[in-house]
Design a protein around this ligand. Structure first.
Ligand code: AMP
Ligand code: MG
Length: 499
């Protein structure tokens, strides 16, 4: 079964030594049906959207058909899960179908998630219920629209079979696209086995695929580590700026290419509180909103540790000199994070620049937001409206959120601070709108989309939600329902793993 329009695969990971993976065909499913395809992304990847929506494309997304050129594999990795070391993980419910080189010249993985057991399955069935597939689709596309580096949704299909968790649930398979699925945990896997050749080979591969500039440096591995640390610092700053809580920042869920991955028990924070945790399995709050920067730093320390044997390439290298380099790279993280974060806060507050002197203004706002249990997203959005109020009289979120009297002194200070800057109110508002989205994938909306699909096979709300979230920075009063925080009876206080 081949067709003229089927995509052209160009696999590189499957060409590496077999210690990096196991060849693994996806497990077939009884009767797949299309949920949705991402036409724009397909086109960028050079996949004919018509082919993707055709029976052959659907069969491919379901794992029932392996197109010519695809070389499905399950990759191996290890990882620290909630701080505890797990020496053997791997794609236990996913296969990497193959790679495609997109129109922008970037190489992407096409992975099927929920495609059945592999040698790395940990007892589970390797399948996925529909709910987590829809959640991941919504979340990663919303993040992409918010300009956050992320894995993408190419498409999703139902499988026509039930998967058994606490209850029988409809099954589905998710087509995930990433610049690569190589994780901190992938490097850790080989380091823990003291397989220094593999650590070196994997690093060479990473430099070639993601960090070509590092190849030119006098110490390419050190340069790569610095680049990875820089990308994570920017990524986590972006998460913090929109109230995104990943939920499971284990080292096997941190991609070295710098994209957000694994939208399991993740959620966006509603009312501001740095202690916010959603994940049902995060009993100690390790991955709470406010902890994310330090957890990223900790994960990067695990990466640096794994790289130690090859980190110093000078003739008189020793363990001590490698540790010094690792420490130097890691010590840069807090400052890199802070700079990236302040750069976004500058936009969120509508300032020309953010200096240390502005920090109290920002901290005071956070304190007020916490005290007033203000909705994080709407509070910033309303602030952006105030930058040029006349402009948004007919399309304001004011009905959904407005500043109460306790904010009045702060708002005066903010206006006072704005006088120092030269830009016009319209310019300021444009800057603020770009940094202060109005539509985020709120938990109760995601839940509503999942429930309608699970119970009634009705994907209309899912589709509407995905569409609304494509333009997160533009308010439209007709879409007000999608901007509203949960009513008390709609609140989702816990989110669950995809497994
Ligand atoms: P994740 O929750 O995606 O970070 O998964 C952590 C580990 O559990 C990975 O090694 C997965 O492959 C494995 N895993 C998760 N769900 C399943 C499942 N349904 N069947 C088999 N293995 C799974
Ligand atoms: Mg994972």
């Amino acid at each position: 079964m081949t067709s003229a329009n089927s995509p052209t695969f160009d696999n590189s990971y499957a060409k590496q030594a077999e210690r990096f993976y196991s060849p693994q065909a996806p497990v077939t499913v009884p009767s797949p049906e299309l949920i949705r395809i991402n036409t724009d992304l397909a086109a960028e990847l050079g996949i004919d959207p018509q082919w993707l929506a055709s029976p052959e494309g659907i069969a491919t997304m379901a794992g029932n058909h392996v197109p010519e050129g695809a070389e499905p594999i399950a990759t191996v990795y290890a990882g620290h899960q909630f701080g505890g070391w797990n020496p053997q993980l791997g794609d236990g419910r996913a296969v990497l179908l193959g790679e495609l080189v997109a129109q922008n010249g970037i190489r992407y993985d096409w992975q099927l998630k929920g495609s059945g057991r592999t040698p790395y399955s940990r007892g589970g069935d390797g399948k996925s219920p529909l709910g987590p597939v829809l959640r991941e689709y919504i979340l990663c596309e919303a993040m992409a629209a918010l300009n956050v580096p992320t894995t993408r949704a190419l498409g999703a299909v139902t499988s026509g079979e039930l998967v058994f968790r606490d209850q029988a649930l409809p099954g589905a398979v998710f087509s995930r696209v990433a610049q690569s699925h190589i994780r901190v945990g992938t490097m850790q896997y080989f380091a823990a086995r003291q397989d220094t050749d593999a650590v070196q080979d994997l690093s060479d591969y990473l430099i070639d695929r993601h960090f070509p500039a590092a190849a030119q440096a006098s110490n390419p591995i050190f340069a790569m580590l610095n680049e990875i640390i820089g990308r994570q610092a920017t990524l986590i700053a972006q998460w913090q700026s929109i109230g995104f809580i990943h939920g499971v920042m284990n080292t096997d869920n941190m991609l070295l290419c710098g994209e957000t991955v694994d939208y399991g028990p993740c959620a966006f924070m509603d009312s501001y509180d740095p202690a916010t945790v959603f994940s049902s399995i995060d009993r100690n709050g390790r991955y709470a909103y406010g902890n994310q920067p330090s957890i990223a730093h900790w994960n990067l320390a695990q990466l640096a540790q794994a790289l130690l044997p090859i980190l110093d390439n000078s003739p008189d290298a020793s363990e001590k000199s490698a540790i010094t380099l690792a420490q130097q790279a890691l010590d840069a993280f807090p400052e890199l994070f802070l700079k990236a974060y302040q750069n976004i806060i500058k936009d969120k507050l509508g300032l020309n620049s953010f200096s240390e002197a502005d920090d109290p203004l920002y901290q005071d706002l956070l304190t007020l937001m916490k005290q007033e249990k203000a909705d994080f997203t709407l509070c910033f959005r309303r602030l952006a409206e105030l930058a040029d109020e006349a402009e948004c009289i007919n399309n304001s979120v004011r009905e959904l959120f407005d500043f109460n009297d306790s904010f009045t002194p702060w708002l005066q200070q903010w206006r006072q601070r704005l006088i120092e800057d030269t830009q016009t109110p319209a310019q300021r508002q444009a800057q603020m709108f770009k940094a202060n989205p109005v539509f985020i994938p709120r938990n109760h909306l995601v839940q509503e989309a999942i429930t309608a699909a699970e119970r009634n096979n009705d994907f209309s709300f899912f589709n509407q939600l995905v569409d609304v979230l494509k333009t997160p920075h533009t308010f439209d009063p007709e879409k007000q329902r999608y901007a509203m925080p949960a009513k008390p009876n709609e609140q989702v206080l816990q989110t669950f793993c995809g497994t």
